[in-house]
Design a protein around this ligand. Structure first.
Ligand code: DSN
Length: 389
């Protein structure tokens, strides 16, 4: 590299990633092939529009890239192109979710989404997000006792508020989601059901977590978490008389974005092929086994795990119940070489900048080959680092 300043920083980040134990639940490590696709000349191409319908010349190759990415995305999740459409152009998760709002809703419509402080995402209608400024969030959360979703309560809220869209999907909810219950609730109030499976997409692809596709109208996902691809997103839309697919495409381009990042699309295609392999199925199962082993050992060591455990890659630990703030815990772990994020827990009495919890995830360390025994050792290391505080 001629730019020595940036080269030095890339090398420093490579070294940091190599050295750190990474328990950020939304991060992972991509393959060399994914990096090669991302760093390719495809980045030079403008491709506004969709395959066969572009606004610039010279798109014969990138049309094939985009078609291949879409084909692989549908195949990976067992979807027929007659029943489902996928848009591969949204630049990342938040723009993908925004595109769904723009496509399906009128300004001010009600959207029922999980509150951020209970495990939802900013784009599920939080007031600081455009989704909360231009649409009306009807928040839902978990039950205080079990810290799991209370579907009866969700149904009551939906029937009272009659939202136009319900979002199922979370960034800090560790348990299995009952997609059918969500479908029933959406049907009861005539709402679209949008699933945001960003966190669990790789687990779904690997057959280790139930697929939402039988029940959802729209499914969004990022491609860089458990799915282990480059940063990016996919929006799946059911094809029927409502023409959701056409509305989604229009919302992404020209509604919200200009030219897609074709190097990113190619890298997504590479990751989708990798995720279709038998090795990835094994990986997805191991991610969950590792999270369960980590949660069980932390519990044994006296830490309160939100909802009592996990069915996914993700664990929420209530560190405040041991007198440690989330920020303090995250800093102490970083000093010990373990990277996590501080996170609110349901009904958190502490502020978001220093909440009561930390969120741990096993996708990255499982990619690096970690097994259950490593998780037990890691739980002990976490315990030691936190108790030194
Ligand atoms: N930042 C992602 C996460 O960590 O869950 C969601 O956008």
């Amino acid at each position: 590299m001629k730019d020595k300043q940036i080269e030095k920083l890339i090398k420093a980040e490579q070294a940091r990633q190599k050295k750190a134990i990474n328990l950020i639940a939304s991060e992972n490590y991509v393959s060399k092939d994914v990096l090669d696709a991302l760093g390719s000349e495809l980045t030079n191409k403008y491709a506004e529009g969709y395959p066969g319908k572009r606004y610039y010349g010279g798109n014969s190759v990138v049309d094939k890239v985009e078609n291949l990415a879409a084909e692989r995305a549908l195949e990976l999740f067992g979807l027929s192109p007659e029943e489902w459409h996928v848009n591969t152009q949204a630049l990342s998760g938040s723009p993908a979710n925004l595109a769904v709002y723009v496509a399906l809703l009128e300004k001010g419509d009600k959207v029922m989404g999980m509150s951020l402080d209970q495990g939802g995402h900013l784009t599920h209608g939080h007031k600081v997000s455009a989704t909360g400024k231009f649409w009306t969030q009807v928040p839902y959360g978990v039950s205080k006792d079990s810290e799991t979703l209370d579907y009866e309560n969700l149904r009551d809220i939906a029937l009272r508020e009659m939202p136009k869209m319900i979002i199922a999907g979370f960034t800090a909810y560790p348990r299995m989601i009952d997609w059918k219950r969500f479908r029933d609730i959406a049907d009861a109030c005539g709402a679209y059901l949008m699933v945001d499976m960003s966190h669990i997409a790789g687990l779904v692809a690997g057959g280790a977590y139930p697929s939402p596709f039988l029940y959802a109208d729209i499914v969004t996902t990022t491609t860089h978490k458990t799915l282990r691809g480059p940063r990016g997103a996919l929006i799946f839309a059911k094809k029927d008389a409502r023409e959701l697919n056409k509305k989604i495409d229009k919302a992404v381009f020209p509604g919200l974005q200009g030219g897609p990042h074709m190097n990113q699309t190619a890298a997504i295609a590479v990751a989708l092929k990798e995720a279709a392999s038998p090795a990835f199925k094994k990986y997805a199962r191991q991610v969950i086994k590792n999270a369960q082993a980590l949660a069980a050992e932390l519990k044994k060591l006296g830490w309160r795990i939100i909802s009592g455990g996990t069915d996914s890659h993700l664990i929420l630990v209530d560190v405040a119940s041991q007198g440690i703030g989330g920020k303090e815990a995250s800093d102490a772990l970083e000093a010990a070489g373990i990277i996590v994020n501080k996170n609110a827990i349901p009904f958190d009495a502490r502020p978001p900048v220093d909440p009561s919890g930390i969120r741990l995830g096993t996708a990255g360390e499982t990619t690096r080959g970690a097994k259950e025994k490593d998780m037990i050792a890691l739980a002990r290391k976490i315990d030691r680092a936190l108790r030194r505080k």
